[in-house]
Write a protein of this length. Structure first.
Length: 205
């Protein structure tokens, strides 16, 4: 039996694209949930694992939909392997089967996924340090809470970095696109401003 698992981070996002892809792959039952990628509790993922039987195939849109960390991802997929379940990450073009090659490819994909997350976090920290050093934190915009102010500052750094799409920034910060643009306006961000330019300005005032 083909099973699918689809996840988005917030209620503002929809699952349509993932669902369409999983249905195209012939998934007979799809488990869905709206929960942060770092959340420990994923009841629908647990339900799918409990439901799956030996010989079943599990499909996800992308490998990062499944695990909240590299360790969790490896543990989950190893559980699939122990139960005799084949795992497919569709957009990555990856299939985990019983072969040594399949296991090797999974470990490579998982490691790169974790590396990408760590790299984004590191760039964010560097960008925030540069923004604070240049005095760009500024006063809190009227009507904006402290938490929202911090999120707006992160939005500015990620947008200027230019490494993530608007959707990816919204997913990471768990906000809607309209909220993202509102935060960018509050931060007086100019379209096309890069983080490299910001850091260059910081190094050479």
């Amino acid at each position: 039996m083909k099973l699918g698992y689809a996840r988005v981070s917030t209620n503002d996002q929809n699952l349509d694209m993932q669902l369409d892809l999983l249905k195209e792959k012939g998934c007979e039952r799809i488990f869905t949930e709206k929960v942060s990628g770092v959340a420990k509790n994923r009841p629908e993922l647990e339900n799918m694992i409990a439901f799956a039987r030996e010989g079943d195939e599990i499909y996800v849109y992308k490998i990062d939909r499944l695990g909240r960390s590299l360790r969790h991802l490896v543990e989950t997929v190893n559980l699939f392997k122990e139960k005799g379940i084949h795992f497919h990450s569709v957009s990555d073009g990856f299939v985990l089967n019983d072969s040594a090659t399949g296991q090797l490819m999974f470990n490579i994909f998982a490691a790169f996924a974790q590396f990408e997350r760590d790299l984004i976090s590191e760039r964010t920290r560097v960008g925030l340090a540069a923004a604070r050093a240049r005095g760009r934190v500024g006063g809190r915009p009227k009507g904006l809470s402290k938490k929202a102010e911090d999120t707006a500052m992160l939005a500015e750094v990620l947008y200027k970095e230019g490494q993530m799409s608007i959707k990816e920034i919204c997913d990471k910060l768990r906000i809607s696109s309209s909220t993202l643009y509102k935060y960018l306006r509050h931060r007086k961000v100019k379209i096309g401003t890069s983080l490299d330019a910001l850091n260059k300005e910081y190094r050479h005032p």
